[in-house]
Design a protein around this ligand. Sequence first.
Ligand SMILES: [Mn+2]
Length: 242
Amino acid sequence: MHYVISDIHGCYYEYLQALERIDFKDEDILYVLGDCVDRGYAPIRLLQDMMRRPNIIPLIGNHELEASLILRKLCVEITEKNYNTHLDEDFMEVLTAWFYDGGHTTLEEFQKLSMIEQEEILSYMGEFSLYKETVVKGQSYLMVHGGLEPFDPQKKLKDYDLFSLVTSRPDYEKAYFKDRYTITGHSPTPNQEGNLGTIIKKNNHIAIDCGCVFGYNLAVLCLETGEEYYIPFQDGRQSPSI
Ligand SMILES: [Mn+2]
């Protein structure tokens, strides 16, 4: 089976429950459409679990992009030569913005890791794909964290810039493709009027970020059956099992 999930944002306990709920097996595939890190309580433990599972296919989100750039920079060894230049004012601004976006939970766990573990995390995030395409039971799917805005039907996927792929928000009123579904995360569905944390399917768009870290749901979609699974946010910090 092929499953899709997104915007786990460190909700490690809910993620484990999701795997259990779908009875995730070695022969299954789970696409994770980005924003694994930041905001939630255990982003690094989440990544460490994901990297042990070769049948999890991660895509990059804006939070991985931001976190990797910052953590790489913070990992630079301080020397006599760079001690007063390596963290300049511009970088401090970027760091402040990241903290405002929930980066502190990622940094908190990251700084407790050994240098080898830190490098493993950074190189794992460096391997995340920009987008993925797949065909399941004859139906074609495109998966990307943000969207393809501004959308141009003539434009090839590889010609969209990284920033647009991870930060843009699709207009669900307009289909991108006639014959293929575009699955995205990034835009929490509860931001749409009347939505309480469920998947939106409209005009060949499938939006699956159901706002778990904001107190709604972690959603998993099965591509073979169309079945939707929902794990409510429970704040796993309270759980003795993690
Ligand atoms: Mn995002």
